[in-house]
Design a protein around this ligand. Structure first.
Ligand code: HSE
Length: 441
């Protein structure tokens, strides 16, 4: 049928908060261009939100507003459900019901997919419906499309991303103003950059959800959030940021997925990166992802990882994809996780002890002969090679000083053992501050 005479595709929206409101507004504002691209009109016909008054205000009375989201997922007139509720409680139930009722689903819900993606994609495949989730990773950046389609020729080697804007904002402020984490967090909350409960962001969980989804698409493995290593930024000090800078590095919270001989590394942690890398210069709440493929080399994707219309941009891209493909044979659509579902690999996600990386180590040591020799002996015995070192002059009247060592690559378990041995030295005070370092070559 000619596109111009096809009936509009009907959409039900679950949640009309920041992203839902943006989606509604952009769809309305750009409806003519979107129709020309999609081949038929995309019409939001029902919105569910607990705050029905706000929903009515945003929609201006043009669509049916309900408080019970179950009505949307069971309405026979609706073709596509957009889930913007978040979390893996009621949202999971609604998505599964929408799929069971034969509806396509667009979601921005990274927690849901990182934890329950396997179940959701299996159910969707059985029903022959699409589940699209561009907005779940890095907001407005079309990274899912790039990984799944644009880079499909490549054997992807690694992905490294700044995929949480809140923590990148905090780290940028800590570096710019020399302030400690707690102080900046409070400021970020006051300015509305960080949630009242920022746990998921600052503990690295949100970034790990996103890294998990990217790892599945990059390597053709199931989503396995439970195997990800997750470390946030709460223990980072302004001191380490300053020393890293003196050594030519920036500290960023990176989500990393890397293919190595023994399996896949999937990890989120603060990471030193050379200050000369483009991604090291991504500041404030912006996101960026570097993907390294064997054919293309490194490619970089940069943009807003959150916010009303940036995220709406990704949601609507999914709506258009589904609109174009809704009448296609399900077997000829792009697979959810880029690889055909019967071609998924069981490559293991490696435990952190088996991960290979370099390290920044900072320790407080007695300023007397032989101390440096003891530390370097421990590293040499563990076959850990030193890349650079920085020793501060002891301050006036001080008997201790800071010693900073950058290592070459080693396995985490060897670094753990060496750090324990260094901490046991009587000339080393307290704990060694350890931050992983990646050259991202
Ligand atoms: N809270 C996220 C961030 C945005 O700070 O980037 C939504 O994933």
């Amino acid at each position: 049928m000619k596109a111009s005479v096809m009936k509009p595709i009907k959409v039900g929206l679950l949640g009309i908060g920041t992203v839902g409101g943006g989606t509604f507004n952009v769809l309305r504002r750009n409806q003519e261009e979107i129709r020309r691209r999609a081949g038929r009109a995309i019409e939001v016909v029902m919105v569910a939100d607990l705050d029905t008054e706000r929903a009515k205000q945003i929609t201006g009375g043009s669509v049916e507003v309900v408080s019970d989201a179950r009505r949307v997922v069971s309405d026979p007139s609706i073709d596509i459900v957009i889930e913007l509720i978040g979390g893996d409680g009621i949202a999971r139930e609604l998505v599964m019901t929408a799929i069971a009722n034969g509806k396509h689903v667009v979601t921005a819900n990274k927690a849901l997919l990182a934890k329950h993606g396997t179940e959701i994609f299996r159910a969707a495949e059985e029903k022959g419906v699409m589940v699209a989730f561009e907005a779940a990773v890095a907001g407005g950046i079309p990274i899912i499309k790039a990984l799944r389609e644009g880079l499909t020729a490549n054997r992807i080697q690694w992905i490294a991303g700044i995929i949480n804007g809140t923590t990148n904002f905090i780290l940028s402020e800590m570096r710019d103003k020399g302030l400690d984490f707690d102080v900046v967090l409070k400021q970020a909350q006051a300015l509305g950059y960080a949630e009242a409960d920022p746990t998921f962001d600052i503990e690295g969980v949100d970034a790990a959800h996103k890294a998990t989804i990217m790892s599945a698409i990059a390597f053709g493995v199931p989503v396995q959030f439970d195997k990800a290593y997750v470390e946030g930024i709460t223990k980072l000090s302004a001191t380490d940021i300053r020393y890293a800078e003196q050594l030519g590095y920036r500290i960023k919270l990176l989500g990393i997925a890397r293919r190595v001989a023994a399996g896949i590394e999937l990890r989120v942690h603060p990471t030193l990166i050379p200050a000369t890398r483009l991604i090291a210069n991504v500041e404030g709440a912006m996101n960026a992802v570097v993907v390294n493929g064997d054919a293309v080399g490194a490619t970089l994707y940069y943009g807003k990882g959150a916010g009303s219309e940036p995220t709406a941009s990704a949601v609507i891209a999914d709506l258009v994809d589904i609109t174009r493909l809704a009448t296609a044979d399900p077997e000829h659509r792009v697979p959810y996780l880029a690889f055909q579902s019967n071609e998924m690999a069981d490559t293991p996600i490696l435990p952190m002890s088996e991960v290979t990386t370099s390290y920044y180590l900072r320790m407080r040591v007695a300023d007397k002969p032989g101390v440096l020799a003891d530390v370097t002996r421990i590293l040499a015995d563990a076959s850990i090679s030193i890349d650079a070192m920085l020793q501060k002059e002891a301050g006036e009247g001080e008997t201790q000083t800071d010693l900073i060592i950058l290592t070459h690559e080693t396995k985490e378990k060897h670094a753990d053992a060496a750090i324990a041995a260094i901490e046991a030295l009587s000339t080393v005070e307290g704990k060694v501050s350890r931050i992983r370092l990646e050259q991202l070559k």
